[in-house]
Design a protein around this ligand. Structure first.
Ligand code: TRP
Ligand code: SF4
Length: 375
């Protein structure tokens, strides 16, 4: 791009996006317009607040919803640790799109092979982690009768697809998309393409519109898979997968990418309430240097993790309350200490109720992991 540095989206590293418009232009992602959003049967917080900023071919899914025809929602999560706010977002997006029509079918990949290739996590440990992750997803509202759950390492049709796709992909193509990488990661990318097109295989009912809700950093995989879908259309009848993209949020300390090396930055859904409280009370804010200054100038909610990431992206559902909160901060009516204490009341009670629901989900999660589908 003239005079501007091109974005590099790294699905295995530290992508951070400053300018989503530019990102969309560079890669041909469509913005999620209000007109298209309005055609969704109901607008989730992620849609209303434009946390889902862009898409590819979402219209195809909207038409399936409107026409009452079948479509698949497909996503995956690397079982590399306990659920946190980032994985919560992907799950909520997945659950939302699966709930929009009785004709929707969810497919969920536990990316244990990718967790091994990228994070060296042994498959047995992935199993244990994935069980906990599924408990979180069920507590978040996943309907176990409407989803097909599998582990990459055990899913022969997916692995077979990955092999089949390898015939049409050269090293140069992979390097152009992902940069130089160990073959394990390249292979994970092909397995992910297999995941994404799995719902369109004959034993799952054949070609159908498929939506992949993911974070913006996963777009390289989407591009690769759309390309492969076209290359294998004659053989399999694949429709190119549609995708929705959500923003990549900062961690609690204001860093652009969550890292396990910075535990104060990550809020785990299953973490003890007291440690969660400490993290929230220490979160990065848009407050001023002194109380006097903040009363005079007001705070900067648009820079504040408490406001943007915690309240707006995750925990405050009510749009009107959110707006009031914004102005309380902006006009200096409220200071950060009091504000965080108020925020914690909401977050703490959400976590408490989530953890209670989660604890009851072990049996269902175990059965789902063993049987893949309860529908
Ligand atoms: N690569 C994704 C991640 O890092 C996980 C994943 C595996 C995935 N298969 C998928 C995401 C299929 C979307 C669709 O979390
Ligand atoms: Fe953030 Fe609240 Fe402080 Fe405003 S008052 S900057 S919203 S913590």
């Amino acid at each position: 791009m003239a005079g501007e540095e091109a974005f590099v989206l790294d699905p295995w590293g530290t992508s951070h996006v400053k300018d989503y418009d530019r990102l969309m232009k560079q890669f041909g992602i469509e913005p999620l317009t209000p007109e298209l959003a309005k055609r969704l049967p109901y607008q989730h917080r992620l849609v209303r607040r434009r946390l889902i900023f862009g898409h590819r071919d979402l219209e195809m899914i909207v038409k399936a919803i409107e026409g009452g025809t079948e479509y698949a929602v497909m996503t995956g999560i690397k079982p590399s640790g306990e659920f946190h706010l980032g994985t919560k977002l992907t799950s909520e997006e997945f659950i939302y799109f699966t709930s929009l029509s009785p004709k929707a079918r969810g497919f969920f990949a536990i990316a244990d092979l990718e967790a091994y290739a990228d994070n060296k996590i042994p498959l047995e440990e992935s199993y244990r982690i994935a069980l906990g992750n599924l408990m979180d997803m069920l507590a978040l509202g996943l309907d176990p009768r409407r989803v097909y759950v599998y582990r990459q390492s055990e899913e022969m049709p997916v692995l077979r697809l990955a092999f089949i796709f390898s015939r049409a992909v050269t090293y140069n193509t992979l390097e152009a998309i992902y940069g130089p990488r160990p073959f394990g990661l390249y292979f994970s990318a092909l397995v992910q393409a297999g995941d994404i097109l799995n719902p369109q295989l004959p034993h799952h009912g054949g070609p159908k519109p498929t939506l992949v809700p993911v974070g913006a950093d996963q777009d390289p995989h989407i591009r690769l898979t759309r390309d492969l879908a076209a290359k294998y259309r004659d053989e399999f009848g694949f429709l190119p997968p549609a995708a929705t993209y959500h923003r990549l949020l900062r961690d609690l300390t204001g860093q652009e990418k969550m890292s396990k090396r910075n535990p104060m930055g990550i809020l785990y859904l299953n973490e003890p309430l007291e440690s969660a409280r400490v993290k929230v009370m220490n979160a990065f804010t848009g407050g001023r240097a002194t109380a006097e200054e903040q009363r005079r100038l007001g705070g900067e909610p648009e820079k504040c993790v408490v406001f943007v990431e915690l309240l707006s992206a995750h925990f405050l559902e009510d749009d009107k309350l959110l707006e009031e909160w914004y102005w309380d901060c902006k006009t200096g009516r409220i200071l950060c200490g009091e504000c965080k204490a108020r925020a914690w009341e909401i977050i703490g009670s959400w976590l408490k109720s989530h953890q209670e629901k989660r604890a009851k989900m072990r049996d269902v999660a175990e059965r789902l992991l063993e049987e893949k589908t309860l529908g």
